[in-house]
Design a protein around this ligand. Structure first.
Ligand SMILES: N[C@@H](CCC(=O)N[C@@H](CS)C(=O)NCC(=O)O)C(=O)O
Length: 213
């Protein structure tokens, strides 16, 4: 069966950057649909018909719309399985892989958003992620001994986590420590991430210049 054509709805220097790095690491062919999310009208041209939240990353795989970084990551890792960056469904590592991917959306992001908006999640036993510190120390344990979430085996989950820890440490939301710093370095120094970082800087500058016209 031929693979569906992938279109990535994209804005530079956003959560979509991690998804684009994943596509590059997988060697997957894709088209880029560029959006300037700093332009208040960016979703006017029909993007909300595709994703009612107007958020990136969003992908279209053939006629199927997939939103949410984690869903997209799982989908792409499986669809481009020949790249060897996702444990198959019957692989003993599959459960751990899914665990840390879902932890990203279900615990890490809510904890960060609460922290950045100074929202009190309530007592640990009522909060979906426990406390912020418990969430961080759980992540530290997941990355110990490393070098990746599955030990010696790197997967698309590491690309998601490595790029996310990079921007969240940069914004001071996640405490810097040698474990996270080395992990981020391991992911962001890979050729795909270096290329996309440079490309993002160029795209962001072009969008800023176009906004000023
Ligand atoms: N839950 C979404 C969050 C995506 C998200 O927040 N994307 C931001 C960019 S980093 C966005 O599209 N913001 C544009 C807006 O809401 O106007 C996911 O995990 O994919």
């Amino acid at each position: 069966m031929s693979k569906p054509h992938i279109t990535l709805y994209y804005a530079p220097q956003t959560r979509a950057t991690g998804t684009r790095i994943i596509l590059e690491e997988l060697g997957a062919p894709y088209d880029l649909h560029l959006l300037d999310i700093q332009d208040e009208h960016y979703a006017d041209a029909g993007f909300r018909e595709i994703n009612p939240l107007g958020k990136v990353p969003t992908i279209k795989a053939g006629d199927t719309v997939i939103t949410e970084q984690v869903a997209i990551t799982i989908y792409l890792g499986d669809y481009f399985a020949e790249a060897g960056l996702a444990p198959a469904i019957d692989d003993p590592d599959r459960g751990t892989y899914l665990r840390w991917l879902v932890f990203y959306a279900a615990c890490f992001e809510p904890a960060l958003m609460d922290k950045s908006t100074e929202h009190d999640p309530g007592p640990s036993d009522r909060s979906v992620y426990g406390t912020f510190d418990e969430m961080i120390s759980t992540l530290e344990q997941a990355l110990t001994p490393g070098p990746y979430l599955l030990g010696e085996r790197m997967t698309v989950a590491d690309i998601l986590w490595g790029t996310a820890l990079n921007w969240t440490m940069m914004f001071g939301l996640v405490p810097e420590n040698p474990l996270f710093r080395d992990y981020v370095q391991r992911i962001t120094s890979r050729p795909a991430a270096v290329r996309m970082q440079a490309e993002d800087e160029k795209l962001a500058a072009e969008q800023a210049a176009a906004r000023e016209q």
